[in-house]
Write a protein that binds this ligand. Structure first.
Ligand code: HEM
Length: 310
């Protein structure tokens, strides 16, 4: 691995775009604002240090606008997705981590295998299940008078829904979330590899089960999926399953955390209006100090989300 001492900026990166050092060590509690300060109006910068320890030791581009992100994602000749996850570097090149690690034209064929599960119609069909899970979670949180939002809502809700889609046991959600978390966030590659091995071995055994006994779930669709008139190889099905596992268990929880943190710290205006007319009755007994703490968001906000989105 390239250390700070012997790091050299790649020759193709213009000096004006380059941000040296490790910006992630001093993000503070408003990382989005901090990133904007670092970017200083530039739509694209090149960071010496990737956010995930050990990923891209040569440095990494960071898009600062949707326009540039789109441009990058559509230009696979310049910005290849080959090993964008970094999983192959950690676990070896045996698996195909599709669709995200694969460039067009193969990307399109792999992507088609899973696209139907995430189309608007498929997701809309889950509405009642999602609503009922939210109701159950909220009932428990209201009874307690509050919650630690990330652990008790943001992680639990998407995880259980995603595990159902994949055909994996909901009862093991805590363990699965831990593996996903460690595989992405642990400070050392050894810890990350150990978690990825747990995910890989577990999914491999589940895929083997579905080879003999297909079910009505995404894992079975991967196991028995076909591209170009041939059945997916085991290493493709397993790589695709690993991508989905980590994407499904990490991202939504993180995103909900950021959304609700923002609402807790800045949310007024339209939110307050809905509070007044929508759920004042339920909210009046909740403690407002929670709104000021980033990790602890009160049930007040959960109710707001319920009113806003459902
Ligand atoms: C709010 C939550 C989510 C965020 C912020 C998010 C973010 C992203 C981003 C930035 C990419 C592009 C990666 C790249 O090409 O370099 C991506 C791709 C992908 N995500 Fe998500 N994701 C979220 C939720 C999910 C969920 C729930 C799933 C599956 C259950 C999922 C599955 C995928 C897959 C399969 C790809 C690869 C797409 C392709 O290469 O065509 N994501 N996601």
């Amino acid at each position: 691995m390239v250390t700070n001492e012997n790091y050299e900026k790649p020759a193709h990166v213009p000096d004006d775009f380059f941000v040296p050092g490790n910006i992630w060590e001093a993000m503070g509690d408003r990382p989005h604002d901090r990133l904007q300060q670092i970017a200083k109006g530039r739509e694209m910068i090149f960071l010496q240090t990737h956010q995930i320890p050990g990923h891209s030791p040569q440095g990494t581009w960071l898009a600062g606008s949707a326009r540039v992100a789109r441009q990058i994602l559509l230009d696979s000749a310049t910005f290849s997705s080959n090993n964008v996850t970094g999983f192959a570097r950690l676990l070896g090149n045996d698996l195909i981590y599709f669709p995200v690690d694969v460039d067009p034209p193969a990307h399109t064929r792999y992507r088609a295998l899973i696209a139907k599960y995430f189309m608007p119609a498929s997701v809309s069909a889950l509405r009642e299940v999602v609503r009922s899970r939210i109701d159950t979670l909220l009932d428990g949180i209201i009874a307690k008078g509050g919650c630690e939002f990330v652990a008790e809502f943001a992680k639990v809700l998407p995880a259980t829904i995603f595990l159902d889609l994949m055909g994996l046991p909901r009862e093991r959600a805590d363990e699965f979330l831990k593996w996903a978390d460690v595989s992405l966030c642990a400070p050392t590659p050894q810890e990350r590899i150990a978690a990825m091995v747990c995910i890989r071995d577990y999914l491999a055994s589940e895929i083997e089960c579905r080879q003999k006994d297909p079910r009505n779930d995404i894992l079975s669709a991967l196991t028995n999926g076909e591209i170009d008139g041939r059945r997916l190889e085991f290493r493709e099905a397993l790589g695709g399953a690993m991508v989905l596992y980590i994407a499904g268990l990490d991202t939504v929880a993180g995103q909900l955390g950021w959304i609700f943190r923002h609402l807790a710290l800045e949310g007024t205006g339209g939110m307050a209006w809905r509070l007044e007319f929508g759920c004042l009755r339920s909210c009046c007994s909740f403690s407002y100090w929670n709104l000021l703490s980033p990790r602890y968001v009160s049930s007040f906000l959960l109710l707001l989300m319920w009113c806003l989105f459902f």
